[in-house]
Ligand binder design. Structure first.
Ligand SMILES: C[S@@+](CC[C@H](N)C(=O)[O-])C[C@H]1O[C@@H](n2cnc3c(N)ncnc32)[C@H](O)[C@@H]1O
Length: 368
């Protein structure tokens, strides 16, 4: 077993593991061939036309199952951006040709100029990302703190309405923007929960690293995907554990994200930040973003999903993160573009007292 792996490996006896395990050091430098093709910038704000999520309507293509998604996105050759598949299919917005209309699946015909939705100047009820009206105040949310114990409690009681069993349609849709023609990426999932997208990306040949305070969540991830895993302590972080798939392409750290550093986890070619920045306590946002910036490789891509609603009507999480704050948090370090704004309003949000709820997707490019 010791000499069957084709990748650079180092043997570490795990603290607890069902099988003998190798820890791989593959991909730490993430030097995958990268061809950055960038988008249009600026342009006038457009009126809000959020995409509506839900059942496919006549003429639309429903979000594919995870299996369909995996088979369509499995292991692309490095440096080759895909051609644009049909509207509604995952990956329809290839890097360099990203359609940035606010209308999502209701986008215009092929050849129509993409409308840029970048509008990251000072805002106060001004037209913001993808043209929707947005306030810059987060109201009373700025003082709200959710403790780690409260998160653990949510997992223990099954209060995990944020978990998407079928994965997130926006990652399906914009995967090509994240990959940007590259293969074999190291992709980071901050505050990962048991996100099924980790399995998708691992199955496509990428190396996945996550961090999550709830050990229950991480164990459920491996069990629900029938993935054998082992666990071992993290010498640099007292009390932390690393749960790693036996195939070594999924490594999940059980600790607070604030305990991580690039000396422990290396740097990343991509990030899927869904339910992460919006779950971070508002008072910790700067700290979180400063850490994330230190974890990004040159030419890396960061897909960020935020939420937009009236913060005076719901205390969060998820917390409302205005576009102006995205700009002030990340703007000195990367190029930011709003890709899409999606109407995600449901009964749950109505019960929270809201009358609208949008998901907003950004792509951040660390080109420096
Ligand atoms: C809203 S959930 C999102 C989970 C996942 N990203 C998803 O899309 O399903 C936020 C997660 O962050 C975890 N969490 C909260 N604070 C954390 C911290 N400081 N470090 C690591 N994980 C944390 C919680 O336990 C919870 O699973």
């Amino acid at each position: 077993m010791h000499n069957t792996l084709s990748r650079s490996t180092a043997f570490h006896p795990p603290a607890a593991c069902a099988w003998p395990v190798w820890e791989s050091s593959v991909g730490l430098t993430g030097t995958a061939d990268s061809k950055l093709v960038w988008f249009f910038w600026g342009g006038p704000p457009t009126p809000p036309v959020p995409q509506t999520r839900g059942e496919a309507r006549a003429g639309e293509v429903a979000p594919p199952s995870a299996d369909t998604f995996q088979s369509r996105h499995r292991r692309r050759p490095a440096g080759r951006a895909d051609s644009r598949p049909s509207p509604g299919a995952p990956g329809q917005s290839s890097a360099g040709t990203a359609a940035v209309t606010a209308g999502g699946r209701e986008r215009g015909p092929e050849g129509e100029s993409p409308r840029s939705c970048l509008s990251l100047g000072p805002m106060d009820r001004s037209a913001g990302a993808c043209g929707a009206l947005e306030g810059s105040s987060i109201g009373s949310q700025k003082d709200r703190v959710v403790t780690e114990e409260e998160w653990l409690q949510k997992w223990q009681t099954g209060n995990i309405g944020f978990h998407k069993e079928q994965g997130h349609p926006l990652l399906q849709q914009y995967l090509d923007v994240l990959l940007n023609g590259r293969s074999g990426l190291r992709v980071f999932f901050p505050l990962c929960g048991k996100a099924v997208e980790m399995k998708w990306l691992a199955d496509m040949g990428h190396s996945v690293v996550g961090v999550e305070v709830s050990e229950q969540a991480l164990k459920e991830f491996f069990v629900e995907h029938s993935l054998p895993y082992c666990e071992e302590p993290v010498p640099e972080i007292p009390g932390a554990k690393k749960l790693q798939s036996v195939s070594a392409n999924i490594s999940l750290y059980c600790c607070s994200i604030y305990d991580l550093s690039s000396s422990v986890v290396g740097k990343f070619d991509g990030v899927w930040d869904r339910g992460a920045l919006v779950a971070v306590n508002p008072c910790d946002r700067q700290r979180y973003v400063s850490l994330m910036i230190t974890l990004m490789q040159k030419n890396s891509s960061y897909l960020l999903v935020t939420v937009s609603y009236d913060p005076n009507k719901h205390k969060g999480p998820p917390f409302y993160v205005p576009e102006s704050e995205i700009k002030s948090l990340f703007g000195n370090h990367c190029e930011i573009k709003c890709l899409e704004k999606v109407d995600d309003f449901s009964d749950k949000h109505r019960k929270w007292g809201l009358d609208y709820f949008l998901e907003v997707l950004y792509i951040l490019k660390f080109v420096a």
